[in-house]
Design a protein around this ligand. Structure first.
Ligand code: FES
Length: 320
């Protein structure tokens, strides 16, 4: 999918769910159905804030069986790169937003008999669509949802009243309720697939506990939006084909610096996950921050993911 194929949607409802999270309901202005999607899909939302554009990826949390509307939840990020603050402060019912078609980088493994979801905070969103997509009779799904305190458990009530309630387990950190990952892994049948979405610490803990038990990596799936640290020292990026030299600011990504100069680059997740924005390095060394290249590819310094990675050298010349 090309992220530039955009759909204009209208915000038809906004609900505050917690002090930090709002749910936005989006629909086509003429009420026609939106493109179909599967649980785990996200859309890229493009927001124009004066002369600045923000592009953030948000998981669709509404049911894939109802495409008259999409729903996303936005957590106001303390270290917001602008997009979440814009959604919270400037978007109102009736606002129009440009979104890309849904793309799914977090699909259920078709071969698995049992799917175990582990969510931290706002990382719950892709799992809500996956739960809505399947009945408990059709798929064996189990959710473990950890959050800071009861007031931050945005979807607890809906989950407890939903059809999967018997397989939903909630953990409020402030109440001393902890998810024991080792115990969980030990309790799973060997062919279960485990999916994690949440902060880096949770992601790392899931992978570390799985490794302790020799759990196959092919049965682990993760999605992590909005948690990659993309800041660092400023440097120069050179676009070899045009000779354009751009300064990438301390809080800016290479992708944003290029877009600021009016050059369009294809991008999809903008979080270092999908590989769409990968380009060849002609000179210099990248400071890789993505989750797409493997360790050997990162060491080879042949390509860089423009949406999250930076440069180790003062100049980075890329094949663009
Ligand atoms: S846009 Fe997905 S990795 Fe950069």
């Amino acid at each position: 999918m090309n992220a530039r194929e955009s759909i204009t949607v209208e915000v038809v409802a906004i609900e505050p769910l917690t002090p930090l999270i709002k749910r936005f309901t989006l629909a086509l202005p003429d009420g026609a159905p939106l493109p179909p999607f599967t649980g785990g899909a996200h859309v890229l939302v493009s927001m124009q804030d004066g002369a600045t554009w923000h592009h953030n990826a948000y998981s669709l949390l509404s049911s894939p069986h109802d495409t008259r509307r999409y729903q996303i939840a936005v957590r106001r990020e303390e270290a917001s790169r602008g997009g979440s603050a814009f959604m919270h402060d400037k978007v109102q019912v009736g606002s129009r937003l440009a979104i890309g078609s849904p793309a799914n980088l977090f699909e259920l493994a078709p071969e698995a008999r049992r799917h175990v979801f582990i969510a931290g905070g706002i990382g719950i969103t892709p799992f809500l669509a996956q739960l809505a997509e399947h009945t408990p009779e059709a798929r064996e799904l189990e959710l473990h949802y950890a959050f800071r305190s009861p007031e931050h458990g945005a979807f607890v009530n809906e989950l407890k009243q939903g059809p999967h309630a018997a397989n939903v387990h909630c953990y409020a950190d402030s109440e001393g309720q902890r998810l024991d990952l080792l115990k969980l892994f030990k309790s799973l049948p060997p062919d279960a697939h485990v999916y994690v979405c949440g902060p880096q610490g949770l992601n790392d803990a899931v992978y570390a506990n799985a490794a302790l038990l020799g759990w196959p990596k092919a049965q682990l799936h993760s999605e992590q939006f909005a948690a990659t640290d993309t800041a660092g020292k400023a440097f120069t990026v050179v676009l070899a084909k045009s000779g354009l030299e751009l300064t990438v600011g301390e809080d800016e990504t290479i992708l944003k610096a290029i877009e600021r100069a009016g050059v369009t680059v294809e991008s999809l997740c903008r979080e270092g996950v999908c590989g769409t924005c990968e380009v060849a390095i002609l000179e210099g060394e990248a400071d890789h921050r993505d989750q797409y290249l493997d360790d050997d590819e990162k060491a080879a310094q042949k390509t860089v993911l423009l949406c999250v990675s930076r440069s180790r050298t003062p100049r980075l010349v890329i094949d663009l």
